[in-house]
Ligand binder design. Structure first.
Ligand code: GLU
Length: 482
C-alpha cells in the first residue's frame, strides 16, 4: 500500500503543541513507510479563521523540518488543498446531493426556535437530538422551500436501529448504538460543510490512508463510518493520539505560556529539540533512546506503539533536552547563536570566545546566557552570608581577613593567567596555614557575587583581567568591613 497521510489544521492562530505532534506523527508515519505527507487547510469554520494563521502553519512546518509533499503550495493533483476553495468548487455539495439521492441525507429547513425547543437536559447536560422532522417532507414541499429561498442545512439520515463500530489503531474498537447518534449536519446554512463531513469527503477523495489526529475527535468518529458506508468507500486507518497535559495534569492550554511552537521558540528553545521532545509526548522507541534527530525518528517511529494515556508536557525535561542539543552543536553554529547574546551581555571581558566556551555545557537555552554570564559585567547585589560556606570552612570574618592578605599578593602578580594565579593562591594558602577553599571561595565570591559561577576563582581573574579583578576584591573588602 502506498501510505499517504495528511496534516489538516484549522488556521486559528499559533500552532499548538498538540497540533505540532499531530503533524509530526503524520509525517513520521508517511516517511517511515516511504509514503507522502500532505497539508490541507481546514477553514470551513469562517468564524474561527485568523488572518495570517496559514503563514504560521507553513512557517512552523518549515522550521520543524516537516517537508510537505503536497499542499496549497505544491500541487499533487488532488487539489485544491484549502477547504474553502474546495467548497467553492462545489465538491462537498456534490457529495451531499449524492447522499440525498441515495436516501442517506436530507434537507432540513427547521428554524432556530424549533431546534431550541428540541433541547433537553439529561443529568445536568444539555443534549439536542434532531427528531427527523424534515425527513418526512414531501418532494413538493422541499422544492417549494428551496424555490422560496428558505435557509436549510443538509443532515445525515442515521439509521435508528443497529450499532456502528469504529476502529482506531490505538484505542481499539468503539461501538455505539445508532439511536444515540444525532442526524448530524453535513452542509451548514452558509453553504459550508461541517468539519465532520468535509474531512471524510476530503480524506477519501485525496487518497489518505492514515488519519492521525488528537483524541478529542474520537467520540465523533463512529459517525464517519456511517458516511463511509453510505458512500461505499474504504475506511482509512485511524490513529488518535493521547491528550497532552501540563505538569498539573490539566489540559495544556494557552495559559501555561508554553503551549505553542512559537511560545517555545520565544523561550529560546531550538526547533530540533522541540521536535525531538514533542515526538516523545505519547511515544518512545524500543531502545528508549531520547535524543533523536528527525531522520532517526523516521527510522524508529512505530505508530502502533503510541500510548493511550495522557502525555505530560514537562518543561524541565524539554529544557534539559535543549541543553543536550546545545552541547552537541557544532562550534560554528553555536558561536553564531551565542556570540550576539554574549556581546550584548558582557563588555568587560575581552576574550568572548572563552566566555562562549564556558557557557556551552552550562546553558539549557540561549536565553540563559545573560543570567549565567551577567556577573562578568557587574557584580550583582549579594548578601554577606554568601561568604559563609561550611565545607570551605569560611565565614565573612575569615573571608575579610583572607581578602585583605591576598590583595597585595594579587597586586604584585605580573601574569594573570588561570595557571599562574592558581599556583600563586595555592602557595599563599599553604604559607598562611589555610585550606585552598578558604582562599578560593572568598576570592570567587568577591569577583562574582554568586554562589555558583562557570569557572573557578582564578579562571574568572584571567578573564576579568588584573585591574577589574583588583577593583572587585577591594570593593568586597569594603563591603565586608561594613
Ligand atoms: N481541522 C482539525 C483541527 O485543526 C483537524 C482534525 C483532523 O486532523 O482531522 O483540529
Amino acid at each position: 500500500m502506498n501510505v499517504k497521510t495528511r496534516f489538516a489544521p484549522s488556521p486559528t492562530g499559533r500552532m499548538h503543541v498538540g497540533n505540532l505532534r499531530t503533524a509530526l506523527y503524520s509525517f513520521l508515519i508517511a516517511k517511515h513507510a516511504g509514503g507522502s505527507f500532505m497539508l490541507r487547510i481546514e477553514d470551513t469554520d469562517q468564524e474561527r479563521f485568523v488572518e495570517g494563521a496559514v503563514d504560521i502553519i507553513l512557517r512552523t512546518l518549515d522550521f520543524a523540518g516537516l517537508t510537505v509533499d503536497e499542499g496549497p503550495d505544491k500541487d499533487g493533483g488532488v487539489g485544491p488543498y484549502v477547504q474553502s476553495e474546495r467548497q467553492k468548487a462545489g465538491i462537498y455539495m456534490k457529495y451531499a446531493k449524492q447522499l440525498i439521492e441515495q436516501g442517506n441525507a436530507y434537507y432540513c429547513f427547521c428554524t432556530k426556535e424549533r431546534l431550541e425547543s428540541l433541547k433537553t437536559v439529561v443529568a445536568g447536560k444539555e443534549i439536542s437530538q434532531y427528531d427527523k422532522h424534515c425527513l418526512h417532507l414531501t418532494k413538493e414541499e422541499i422544492e417549494a422551500n428551496l424555490a422560496a429561498g428558505k435557509p436549510y442545512v443538509i443532515r445525515l439520515n442515521v439509521p435508528q436501529e443497529g450499532t456502528t463500530t469504529f476502529h482506531d489503531d490505538i484505542y481499539g474498537d468503539i461501538t455505539v448504538e445508532n439511536k444515540e447518534l444525532d442526524d448530524m449536519i453535513l452542509i451548514k446554512s452558509d453553504g459550508f460543510p461541517t468539519y465532520n463531513f468535509a474531512n471524510v469527503v476530503d480524506d477519501h477523495t485525496m487518497g489518505i490512508t492514515h488519519v492521525v489526529r488528537g483524541n478529542e475527535y474520537l467520540s465523533s468518529s463512529p459517525k464517519y463510518n456511517l458516511l463511509y458506508e453510505a458512500f461505499g468507500w474504504e475506511v482509512p486507518t485511524y490513529v488518535h493520539c493521547p491528550l497532552i497535559t501540563d505538569e498539573n495534569h490539566a489540559k495544556l492550554s494557552k495559559r501555561s505560556g508554553h503551549s505553542s511552537f512559537e511560545d517555545l521558540l520565544e523561550l529560546g528553545l531550538l526547533p530540533e529539540a522541540i521536535v525531538n521532545y514533542v515526538a516523545l509526548l505519547g511515544w518512545s522507541p524500543e531502545d528508549n533512546e531520547e535524543i533523536l534527530s528527525l531522520d532517526e525518528l523516521i527510522a524508529k517511529f512505530d505508530y502502533t506503539k503510541i500510548n493511550k494515556s495522557p502525555a505530560v508536557f514537562d518543561m524541565g525535561k524539554l529544557r534539559w533536552m535543549n541543553g543536550e542539543y546545545i552541547k552537541r552543536m557544532d562550534e560554528e553554529e553555536y558561536l553564531k547563536k551565542a556570540m550576539p547574546i554574549i556581546e550584548k551581555t558582557v563588555t568587560k571581558v575581552a576574550d568572548k570566545k572563552a566566555l562562549a566556551d564556558l557557557a556551552k555545557s552550562r546553558i539549557e537555552t540561549f536565553n540563559d546566557i545573560p543570567e549565567l554570564l551577567g556577573f562578568f559585567e557587574k557584580v550583582p547585589e549579594y548578601d554577606l552570608s554568601l561568604y559563609t560556606h561550611k565545607k570551605m570552612k569560611t565565614t565573612p570574618e575569615i573571608s575579610l581577613d583572607v581578602l585583605k592578605k591576598v590583595l597585595p599578593v594579587l597586586e604584585n602578580a605580573e601574569t594573570y593567567t588561570n595557571d599562574s594565579l592558581y599556583e600563586l593562591l595555592v602557595e599563599f594558602a599553604k604559607e598562611n596555614g589555610l585550606k585552598n577553599g578558604q582562599v578560593m571561595w572568598p576570592v570567587r565570591t568577591a569577583l562574582s557575587g554568586k554562589a555558583q559561577t562557570p569557572g573557578g576563582a582564578t579562571q574568572l581573574m584571567e578573564l576579568l583581567g588584573k585591574e577589574e579583578s583588583l577593583t572587585r576584591i577591594r570593593a568586597a573588602i569594603e563591603k565586608l568591613e561594613g
